[in-house]
Design a binder for this molecule. Structure first.
Ligand SMILES: *[C@@H]1O[C@H](CO)[C@@H](O)[C@H](O)[C@H]1NC(C)=O
Ligand SMILES: *[C@@H]1O[C@H](CO)[C@@H](O)[C@H](O)[C@H]1NC(C)=O
Ligand SMILES: *[C@@H]1O[C@H](CO)[C@@H](O)[C@H](O)[C@H]1NC(C)=O
Ligand SMILES: *[C@@H]1O[C@H](CO)[C@@H](O)[C@H](O)[C@H]1NC(C)=O
Ligand SMILES: *[C@@H]1O[C@H](CO)[C@@H](O)[C@H](O)[C@H]1NC(C)=O
Length: 332
């Protein structure tokens, strides 16, 4: 139940941290030899995503974190570069893009440098690392070599629009979400969400045991006549829910991904993500709203099919929170 909590103090803190950080830098790209340090950050061109070093509250560990700020205006990390290799706090971390295209975190807290991407075997010219408007942090060259590495291939706990969740047979590795260990601890936690290719369901597991299934993708037309697809056990009503999934099956890989459809009444396309929280809840990161509560469902009888009502209640809660936030911003 962490996400929708909006204490005034933490909101103010987040907003002021956000403003502080924004003054430092506003570029979206690192060139070779350039680096990101503990006081600088990359910001995507559309302003929705940023990449910077982060120490969670009450923690002695620092992480390279990619942040998303949605309509709820609460920023939260949607990707962690070094969740298995925390850096001791106050050890002066630096992320550098090297001559072979490698992305490396160095720090003076002891221990070897951390390679997020080990790079090519020899030097390559004109390589850049860019934080895109979709929240993908990618290393690529402007030459024919193209894309070298991207964060969308290394999911943490959040699926963003355009990211794949599925099975990569070719390299015997899957695109899977893994929750944080606890609210302020990005280490891999108890819950995972994966694509089950036999049932064509998303499956949430707690320490390996399946506790929840998404149901199959259902196709329908919305009120505007657009063809859409949502999972049986997640679609919480056409007016509230705006994820449109699609499924791709090829010989070597099989995956689902989504685009976010504009919410009725909102003209611009919106960005969002599904986060698998440390208690197993699945939350819409744009609106801080529950999409599914797998662990609660595992312990209680199945909820009645009219869970749209629950979604609407969550939406009303969000609207209220948004009003409170607007007031806070107004006062500032
Ligand atoms: C981080 O880099 C910026 C320039 O890119 C520099 O002005 C700043 O002093 C550096 N901060 C630290 C802590 O090294
Ligand atoms: C952080 O370090 C301090 C001092 O060594 C220690 O007392 C504290 O328990 C540590 N906190 C965590 C969350 O590990
Ligand atoms: C690198 O970029 C420069 C300037 O755009 C260009 O002249 C050069 O040919 C590029 N090198 C390679 C290997 O693509
Ligand atoms: C599936 O969605 C992605 C965006 O999330 C889009 O780029 C792609 O074109 C879509 N594929 C199909 C077959 O609609
Ligand atoms: C990937 O997922 C498939 C089925 O969905 C499973 O059979 C396979 O064991 C998984 N592979 C890995 C490396 O987790």
């Amino acid at each position: 139940m962490q996400s929708p909590k909006l204490s005034l103090a933490s909101t103010l803190l987040l907003i002021s941290l956000h403003c502080l950080a924004i003054q430092v830098s506003s570029i979206d790209t690192l060139r070779q030899g350039e680096n990101l340090n503990s006081t600088s950050q990359l910001i995507s061109n559309n302003g929705a995503f940023s990449l910077r070093f982060y120490t969670p509250p009450n923690s002695n560990s620092t992480y390279l974190a990619l942040w998303f700020t949605g309509r709820s205006r609460l920023s939260s990390p949607v990707w962690i570069g070094n969740r298995r290799n925390p850096i001791p706090t106050n050890s002066n971390p630096t992320l550098t893009l090297g001559a072979r295209g490698q992305l490396t975190i160095t720090h003076d807290g002891g221990g070897a440098p951390i390679d997020l991407y080990a790079g090519r075997s020899s030097e390559v010219e004109n390589v850049t690392a860019t934080l895109t408007d979709t929240g993908n942090f990618l290393v690529n060259s402007n030459g024919p070599a193209g894309l070298f590495w991207h964060s969308f291939d290394q999911p943490s706990d959040t699926l963003l629009g355009g990211m794949r969740l599925g099975v990569e047979r070719s390299i015997k590795r899957n695109w899977t979400l893994t929750s944080w260990a606890a609210e302020n601890d990005p280490a891999p936690g108890a819950y995972s969400m994966e694509w089950d290719s036999s049932s064509r369901n998303l499956v949430v597991r707690r320490r390996g045991a399946a506790i929840w299934r998404s149901g199959e993708l259902k196709y329908y037309r919305d009120e505007a006549g657009q063809s859409r697809a949502e999972f049986e056990n997640v679609g919480i009503g056409r007016d509230v829910f705006n994820f449109n999934f699609n499924f791709t099956a090829e010989e070597e890989e099989e995956y689902v991904m989504f685009t976010v459809l504009p919410f009725p009444g909102s003209p611009a396309p919106v960005l969002s993500g599904w986060r698998l929280e440390s208690d197993g809840d699945i939350v819409d990161v744009d609106r801080s709203m529950f999409l599914a509560r797998p662990d609660a469902a595992a312990e209680q009888p199945a909820p009645p099919p009219d869970s749209a009502a629950a979604g609407l209640r969550a939406w009303a809660g969000f609207a209220f929170a948004a009003v409170v936030l607007d007031l806070v911003l107004f006062v500032i």
